[in-house]
Design a protein around this ligand. Structure first.
Ligand code: DGJ
Length: 747
């Protein structure tokens, strides 16, 4: 990988074996975006950007004679409003004189090996020898501030990591209203736009629409990434599908309000901007103060959405997830939530644990309800140091010891960012919740949100949670957060800084989780937020897995996990088998269907296994043994999507996992409803080793079919599997699943 600067032409070239990202310092030091895409070895710097005369497009004063040069049509790296570019900007600042017209010019640059961490934000990490970083300093012509834009290129990764920092170099206070993390300008506009939308228990549906003229915004103003829109956006060529076509995609290493904006200008140029949501954002910068925007990860793929996801997945596994759990195999867990909700005690949890451990479960998680007098979701949040002795007479230690004696690990649920009105903490500190003068606080799930912008509140949370985690052997923590932010104001900040609180909340959260996860490096943390409200790369820097959704129905989950997999690898997606009828949708599905879907994520149970019949328990035991046998491939292998639940009649889903050495492949196929006259479905495997053979070692299919079409033992060439493929059984039951494991064999 290389970063080169050619003084003569002003050309910056960042390239590795897969991509090139090219910029150029053009007339009077504007920084132009020239190219991002598949690697170009020999780039001709002349005519690299377009000069077009558009009637009415303003010219900078320096070029009154040249009407063909205008910021209106110059592709830029850090575009701003007010001096000729009327498109959606990447930067908005109001200077002390009240004006906001901005004109940024290249000042200098620096190139270094590796990549630095951001000081108060989560960020990607690399080995120094595997990456290079370019930092370009742009100076605003008023000399009031500078912006440093940094670009990291990593060996063999088809992506750029970009972030930006603004520094007030004046003697006055300036107000930042927007500092986007990334901006991509294109000369053309023939794209579709893809993003993920949803709601609670219905996260990350895929949405694909043609890019239309004007500005389109995907955003969150809820204080978290949100169930509604994940912080992801892709522009793709019209012909792009899972395996073909060009994609430009971006996400943020950030867990708060965000915006992903596209603009197709009326001249046909496309701009894509992504960063902290500029809606309601303000940050006051005193002299010499700076503000850093979170990192954006910008991926290029020329082999469709599977290619894009492969790059994101690899990046998350290698450059986001860290600590002891990065490469460690994740345990099979059983969580008490859907098994017992708030209705448990030490004996019932130990019984629940015994039954689960007997079947092969390795980690028992006690969910909500173990503290204060929390017998429903209306009370006690904040009282983490008051164990509910009625339920747990021997405290957390007594319970944890018993579970460890069974040979399992012990995990615990917490929701440290919240405070209940009915809590000891609220009695002591009614002023600790976010609030706005002269307004009542809105509740959400009957709770308020602690003001994480305040250091004394953060210190309290860290202290009390460290106390809990030290009070007993705790191996796993589920960190929940169950509401959106409203009345976002802080008593500790002046009126001029109230616009910062929503951002300071997230920075405060990072401070807390950083301190707690560092203090307990061996604990496996799972981030959760009413399911998948905060599924993002920011939280993944601290917590290597996320509870994907509160919806555990295996059919709904196919869509949720399929959509989530656009960006996040399955090992990060908590996925549990739950009881039937399903608690969210009342649907009844077979144990095989629930298992096959849950094993496609970070596998566990959300049900009381002791309540199953003996025959069902045997089935669970067998399934857990299968999972353990192949979990290296499921957790570490490549994930490839085969049939989309968002396409066609939305009746089928299929995906596969291929081990890193390609010697093993696990394929899942789901069909929802059976119909008369339904055509057969052919599934062609992808990503296998060429010129070899694979033997089917596991074929689980609906029990009504098991004897008819058992493929176990059959040997297929990789050519056969990838070209001809397998014909899926025309299942005789609704909501069916097929599971295949194939291993490479010598023939
Ligand atoms: C929301 C989570 O998503 C659930 O899994 C569960 O932990 C509840 N909160 C507990 O209150």
């Amino acid at each position: 990988m290389e970063i080169n600067f050619d003084k003569e032409t002003g050309l910056f070239t960042l390239s590795n074996r897969k991509i090139s990202y090219i910029m150029q310092v053009v007339k009077n030091n504007y920084l132009a975006h020239i190219y991002f895409g598949k690697k170009i070895d020999d780039f001709n710097p002349y005519c690299s950007y377009y000069e077009v005369e558009h009637e009415g497009a303003p010219q900078p004063e320096e070029f009154p004679e040249g009407r063909r040069f205008s910021l209106e049509c110059l592709p830029q790296e850090m575009p701003a409003y007010g001096c000729g570019d009327f498109k959606y900007p990447a930067l908005q600042v109001r200077l002390d004189n009240g004006t906001s017209a901005l004109d940024l010019r290249y000042e200098r640059h620096e190139i270094y090996a590796g990549k630095k961490a951001l000081s108060n934000l989560p960020s990607a990490y690399v080995n120094e020898q595997d990456a290079k970083t370019l930092v370009i300093t742009l100076s605003e012509v008023s000399c009031k501030f500078k912006v440093e834009v940094s670009y990291t290129i990593i060996e063999d990764e088809a992506l750029i990591i970009r972030s930006a920092k603004i520094i007030n170099t004046s003697d006055d206070i300036i107000k930042l209203h927007q500092l986007s993390s990334m901006c991509l300008d294109f000369a053309d506009g023939s794209f579709d736009r893809v993003h993920m939308y949803g709601s609670h228990a219905n996260e990350r549906n895929l949405d694909r629409v043609p890019l239309n003229h004007g500005i389109d915004v995907v955003s969150s103003a809820r204080g978290a990434t949100s169930h509604q829109h994940n912080n992801f956006l892709a522009l793709c060529s019209k012909d792009a599908n899972e395996d073909h076509g060009e994609i430009f995609a971006s996400t943020l290493i950030w867990s708060g309000n965000f915006e992903a904006v596209t603009e197709l200008s009326c001249y046909g140029y496309t701009r894509m901007v992504m960063g902290i949501n500029s809606f309601d954002f303000e940050w006051q910068l005193a002299p010499q103060e700076s503000f850093t925007a979170p990192e954006a990860v910008i991926v290029y793929a020329d082999d469709g959405f599977n290619g894009m996801s492969k790059t994101f997945h690899h990046f998350v596994k290698k450059h986001i997830v860290r600590g002891v759990w990065k490469d460690k195999v994740r345990p099979v867990l059983a969580n008490s939530w859907e098994a017992a909700y708030f209705d448990f005690n030490q004996d019932s949890i130990v019984r629940f644990a015994k039954d689960a451990v007997n079947l092969g479960v390795e980690l028992i998680v006690l969910d909500d309800g173990w503290f204060g007098h929390r017998d429903d979701d209306k009370t006690s949040l904040g009282d983490w140091d008051i164990i509910n002795k009625k339920k747990l007479p021997h405290g957390l230690k007594g319970l944890s010891d018993e579970i460890h004696n069974l040979g399992a690990k012990f995990g615990l649920w917490i929701e440290p960012e919240m405070i209940s009105f009915d809590s000891e903490l609220f009695k002591k500190h009614p002023d600790w919740a976010l609030s706005v003068p002269l307004h009542k606080r809105s509740t959400g799930r009957d709770q308020y949100v602690l003001d994480l912008s305040r250091k004394e509140i953060r210190d309290h949370i860290v202290e009390v949670i460290l106390k809990v985690l030290s009070s007993a052997p705790i191996d796993y923590v589920k960190w929940d957060m169950n509401r959106n932010l409203t009345e976002i104001g802080s008593l500790a900040f002046p009126a001029s800084q109230q616009g910062e609180i929503v951002t300071r909340y997230v920075l405060g959260l990072y401070d807390i989780v950083n301190r707690i996860t560092k203090a307990f490096p061996n604990i496996l943390f799972e981030s959760c937020s009413g399911g998948g409200r905060r599924f993002d790369m920011g939280m993944l820097c601290y917590m290597p897995q996320v509870w994907t959704s509160d919806n555990t129905d295996a059919v709904a989950r196919q869509r949720i996990q399929y959509g989530t997999s656009y960006l996040y690898p399955p090992v990060t997606m908590g996925a549990h088998v739950s009881a039937v009828p399903n608690h969210q949708l009342n649907r009844i599905t077979s144990m095989l269907t629930r298992f096959t879907c849950a094993m496609s994520g970070n596998f566990g149970y959300e049900m009381d296994l002791g309540k199953l019949s003996l025959a069902e328990q045997e089935e669970v035991k067998f399934q857990i043994s299968i999972y353990k046998k192949y979990r290296e491939t499921l957790q570490k292998g490549d994930f490839i999507r085969l049939i989309s639940p968002f396409d066609g009649e939305k009746n089928e889903t299929s995906w596969e996992f291929v081990s890193t050495d390609k010697s093993e492949v696990v394929l899942m196929y789901f069909r929802n409803l059976v119909k008369n006259g339904m055509p057969l479905t052919r599934i062609r495997f992808k990503g296998l080793k060429e010129d070899t053979y694979y033997q089917c070692v596991v074929h689980e299919s609906p029990s009504v079919l098991a004897e008819k079409h058992d493929m176990s033992g059959q040997i297929f060439s990789s050519e056969y599997l990838q070209r001809r493929g397998l014909i899926m059984d025309k299942s005789d039951c609704d909501f069916s699943a097929h599971l295949y494991v194939l291993r490479e064999v010598k023939k």
